[in-house]
Ligand binder design. Structure first.
Ligand SMILES: NC(=O)c1ccc[n+]([C@@H]2O[C@H](COP(=O)([O-])OP(=O)(O)OC[C@H]3O[C@@H](n4cnc5c(N)ncnc54)[C@H](O)[C@@H]3O)[C@@H](O)[C@H]2O)c1
Ligand SMILES: [Zn+2]
Length: 356
């Protein structure tokens, strides 16, 4: 299936190609460049680099980073930039990001910085990257304990999504991606939830997952097409992410870091509770959200954080304007609202409801 993202206000477009033959399109997007680099991480390279090189059919520069969120920082971004410079990359070079959301974000960021911006393509290899992160042109790195604090809007020329890459992904990573798909179902498109219901938790990979992932990508394309720079509807995507990002960054400083999807799963449980306390949704929706997440082994509570620490991180979130926290909350299955200002007592109670 082919889709197009219109990256307003610029007239450039991102083609999003989804299917097991997506790599066949690589040649179409990678010609006419002086040099090409594939940037990946160790695991994505181990499982996915071979077919990509075969599809490209020519020698390219390879830059392989260590795995993990902890490396999504300025140091590794600089490392990429330095290696591009040393290899003589110019403005007409192409960068290909091959990997999960971490690679998507740091490679896109490096592409936006190198010589004030070079073209890039992304080949997402995790579920989170295929259903969500590769769509929408947001790039960035973490700064200190804060997620995605430094970044840019720099859409790739194309996103080539091959669901076959998911076959080597560990179960925990697949569940991680499902969290974002479930999020999209609750705030934007209930059809996604129907498809998620058909997925068997014991055998997640398969047609229903592929369909749910594609529907989530499609929903994101529609949202981004109407609001690239997050002045309105794109804020819907932040459901679960205000509390989720706080928990994710706290957990990164512990011995048991949460994956992004796990953190936003807990964030969704907390923010759904907030929606209930604020009379935005009915208690049954909160139960529905929690049941859908737990059915796939996703967490809805957390034990390594104290409320003060969480609040402090939430207040530093870049989505806030001044002291106001702009909440995105679920109203009903497939429908959310954004820019909601909540009562302080309800916020604390919602956070407490997920801390054990
Ligand atoms: N830019 C956006 O709009 C956006 C949206 C959502 C999430 N994100 C970001 O995405 C990141 C999370 O992405 P993620 O969950 O993909 O994490 P990730 O990129 O760290 O990938 C998870 C792990 O899977 C490995 N891996 C990748 N492909 C594989 C494959 N096919 N087989 C086996 N192993 C493979 C990776 O090496 C890594 O160790 C977070 O930093 C989050 O902030 C960005
Ligand atoms: Zn997310």
């Amino acid at each position: 299936m082919d889709y197009t993202l219109n990256n307003q206000p610029k007239s450039n477009k991102t083609e999003v190609i989804i299917g097991e033959d997506a790599l066949e399109q690589l040649g179409r997007f990678s010609g006419s460049y002086t040099k090409t680099a594939i940037i990946s991480d160790e695991s994505a390279a181990k499982y996915c680099l071979g077919p990509v090189q075969d599809a490209l059919g020519r020698k390219v520069e390879k830059i392989i980073l260590p795995d993990g969120e902890a490396n999504k920082n300025l140091r590794f971004a600089e490392d990429i930039l330095r290696q591009l410079r040393e290899a003589g990359f110019d403005r007409k070079s192409l960068i290909i990001g091959l990997g999960g959301g971490v690679i998507n974000d740091i490679v896109g960021f490096a592409a936006s910085m190198y010589m004030r911006g070079v073209d890039w393509l992304v080949l997402p290899t995790t579920l989170i990257a295929q259903a969500d992160a590769s769509i929408g042109g947001k790039t960035g790195v973490n700064l200190g304990g804060y997620k995605n604090m430094v970044g840019s809007f720099w859409p790739p020329k194309a996103v080539l999504i091959n669901p076959k890459f998911l076959k080597t992904l560990p179960l925990r990573q697949i569940r991680n991606g499902l969290a974002e798909i479930i999020k999209m179902g609750f705030i934007a498109d209930a059809e996604i939830l129907d498809e998620v219901q058909k997925i068997e938790p014991e055998k997640i990979l398969g047609v229903h997952l592929n369909k749910a992932s594609e529907l989530a990508a499609k929903a994101k394309i529609e949202i981004v097409n109407s609001d690239m720079y997050e002045s309105g509807g794109r804020k819907l995507l932040n459901f679960g992410h205000t509390i989720g990002h706080a928990l994710e960054s706290i957990s990164l400083e512990t011995d048991e870091p949460l994956l992004h999807g796990e953190a936003i799963s807990i964030g969704m449980a907390a923010e759904a509770k907030l929606a209930e306390l604020e009379d935005v949704c009915k208690p049954e929706l909160v139960e529905n959200i929690k049941e859908t997440l737990t059915r796939f082994g996703l967490p809805t509570s957390y034990k390594h954080a104290v409320i003060g620490d969480i609040l402090e991180r939430i207040l530093a979130d870049k989505k806030n304007v001044g002291k106001d926290i702009n909440w995105t909350l679920p109203k009903a299955a497939g429908e959310g609202l954004y820019n909601h200002l909540a009562d302080d007592i309800n916020i604390k109670e919602a956070i407490k409801s997920v801390i054990i």
